[in-house]
Ligand binder design. Sequence first.
Ligand code: AMP
Length: 471
Amino acid sequence: MRVRWIMFDKFQEECGVFGIYGHPDAANLTYLGLYALQHRGQEAAGIVSSDGKELFSVKGRGLVADIFTEDRIKKLHGHSAIGHNRYSTTGESSLINVQPIQVNFALGSLAIAHNGNLVNAGILKDELEAYGSIFQSTMDSEVIIHLIAQSRMATLHDRIVEALGHVQGSYSLLVITENELIAVRDPRGFRPFSLGELDGSYVVSSETCAFDLIEARYIRDIEPGEMLVINKDGVHSSFPFVQAEPSHCIFEFIYFARPDSLVYGQNVYAIRKAFGMQLAKESSVSADVVIPVPDSGVPAALGYAEEAGIPFDFGMIRNHYVGRTFIEPRQTIRHFGVKIKLNPVRDVIKGKRVVVVDDSIVRGTTSKKIIKMIRNAGAAEVHMRVSSPPTMSPCYYGIDTPTRHELIASSHSIEEIKKYITADSLNYISLEGIQKVVPYPVNYCAACFDGEYPVPFPGEMLAQLGLFDGK
Ligand code: AMP
């Protein structure tokens, strides 16, 4: 059977999810939760709430603060809610592709919000359509809804377990019904998922920074393979899936999560700083100043500077108001794309030997432009340091990465990349260095760096995805 993978919007999706059960201010708190998780998705957002009898939904494209006006939040009645932030994708971005996905089925109403990526969604979709399913969206997550609806199990809980037993890949999943909130994390625990408490109500979130904003208390992470059913009787935990070794996404630590969050029970900022310190131990260089690529490179640059004993400074300032799209002026400005986001501080850079620290190099185009910018600002030397190993392989578990051939490190040596980005020197942290900070690969997925994919793909897809290199 041909895998019609291309049917899905985009199989790499980053997202944020938030849910709350049993709080009189559920919709408003979910709005705030999504606001704190905005970095996990800026394309669209949605909230579905429940008043115990029916579900209410507000969804829109754009940023959380623009979608959820006071009037719209007022329409989200009830004591429970789930919300979803969706990352920018290149595929269809119609409202039908905005989560939570809400449906009515044999057992009542439900809505789901999913962070992750189902690697066998294409195959499942083909099979479901053969049995009569009519898909509304181009999202992989919709497969879960159809599997629940077609299940012959008597209870919703059993239907969810059966449905998720069919899917492979990553999911931090929230399900809301008229009277329950259900949170499930895939057996590998690819994406983060935390449980908290607020005024006697339970909250769940992709990241703990959402708890901080609403002053909820972090209780613990939802465990890999755990299903939490939250209802009027409290929280019921079960582990209904075949257990697997944890494979937490290491890229959450490197780039994706907010540094003030606890992810997999550890503070992201502290880990990023430790990566920077380790990087300095591995690749010291005589220099006058260490500058970060803001914002994501800041903690690692601080760690690098501290360990190397070189002064840290802000050599570039980021414009925080750059939207997802901007119109380039008629008269083309060279390197407009990077200039609109970043501008050098000439006094910090001029005449200096500069170490510039970024969290990752993906295509290499950003680094090239940044180095040019730093040289134009008068730097004597520019040494690039990267607080992740070379990004060699695409992610299929929920991080938005380009295809393999677009990843510069998949086809170029470090020396070649150094020349391409025009750095005086270039060093990445080693995989062993990462391992010293987090116990990779025991509990982590680092497929983007080592190509070891913990969850296999359906056979035919391997070839389509170019995983059989050169064959
Ligand atoms: P590139 O020009 O493709 O090498 O982009 C590298 C820059 O993209 C770095 O500054 C990273 O912080 C940033 N970055 C890395 N991964 C992602 C991602 N998944 N989504 C958006 N930006 C990213």
